[in-house]
Design a protein around this ligand. Structure first.
Ligand code: MN
Length: 287
């Protein structure tokens, strides 16, 4: 059994631009070693937005050195970047954006969603890249809900396999290092056994509801459980309907030096990233 090492409660929500009201369930700032290969998880709990003609979100900004993974639960999110990619994701869809050597992008509420108004619920995960891939070409994977295998685990509960493999079902996301990203939707009273690789980081991010882990510890909304790397098994039981992101991956044993939108290995590489951005070498969001 992978024992629970610690349970962390996210700080209060903050706004990213004027569209995303999120809590950071974890961040590489202070937790880099224990969450590697992941860097950060922001979760925007369900929030009502009134109809508007003004688009909401976050305008042009750069990234380098990692990947951003946006999961839409409710509402719609639109993206465009300097590599020429443009996409809109709706409930259940995932956008897997590899910034790597660098992109400039914009992230907005979908236009029609903004006009109509409605409930927004989303999460954004940052996945680190090993040094040898930090300067790879940017890429963009638009993953539709219908492409994501849903594994029925009984009592109305299920696990959506976004990346990696769960009980033989393979997730559609291509990743640089071995990673599992599972979106578990548990019904009250549901129970699921997770088979996790020995030696890999295992994080349980509770977005909604409450779960007990291995029959003893429990975690509620916006709480993160960090499990030990040794061992291969964890058991989740939902005390009420719950959404849990199971994040599991091979740790990247390299220094993590980040500043704002850049995550590299050395301070020099961060200075280089700022200089490349300011001189326009990362391009523009709407080229
Ligand atoms: Mn961004």
């Amino acid at each position: 059994m992978k024992k629970v090492i610690s349970i962390h409660r996210g700080p209060p929500a903050h706004w990213v631009g004027d569209g995303f009201h999120v809590r950071s369930l974890f961040s590489y700032d202070g937790q880099a070693r224990s969450v590697s290969p992941f860097l950060l998880l922001d979760y925007g709990a369900p929030e009502e937005f009134a109809p508007s003609e003004q688009r909401r979100g976050v305008g042009e900004h750069p990234h380098r050195g990692f990947e951003t993974v946006t999961i839409a639960y409710q509402g719609g999110v639109e993206h465009s970047d300097s590599a020429g990619n443009h996409g809109t994701i709706g409930p259940g869809d995932v956008q897997w954006m590899t910034a790597a050597s660098g992109i400039v992008h914009e992230e907005w509420h979908e236009r029609e969603f903004t006009r109509r108004g409605g409930t927004m619920e989303m999460a954004q995960l940052w996945v680190n890249l090993p040094a040898k891939h930090k300067m790879a070409a940017p890429a963009y994977q638009d993953i539709r809900s219908a492409q994501i295998p849903v594994v029925d685990v009984g009592t109305g509960s299920s696990v959506r396999v976004i990346a990696g493999e769960f009980r033989g079902a393979k997730g559609p996301a291509r990743t640089f290092t071995p990673i599992n990203v599972w979106d578990a939707r548990l019904k009250a009273g549901g129970r699921v056994e997770l088979d996790l690789p020995d030696g890999h980081t295992a994080l349980l991010a509770v977005l909604r509801g409450k779960v007990s882990i291995n029959g003893d510890e429990s975690a509620g909304p916006a709480e993160l459980a960090i499990l030990e790397r040794a061992g291969t098994r964890a058991v989740l039981e939902a005390g009420e309907d719950a959404t849990v992101l199971v994040l599991n991956g091979e740790p990247i044993d390299e220094p993590v030096v980040g500043y704002g939108p850049f995550v590299m290995n050395t301070p020099d590489e961060i200075r280089q990233a700022f200089s490349d951005f300011h001189s326009g070498r990362l391009g523009q969001a709407r080229a």
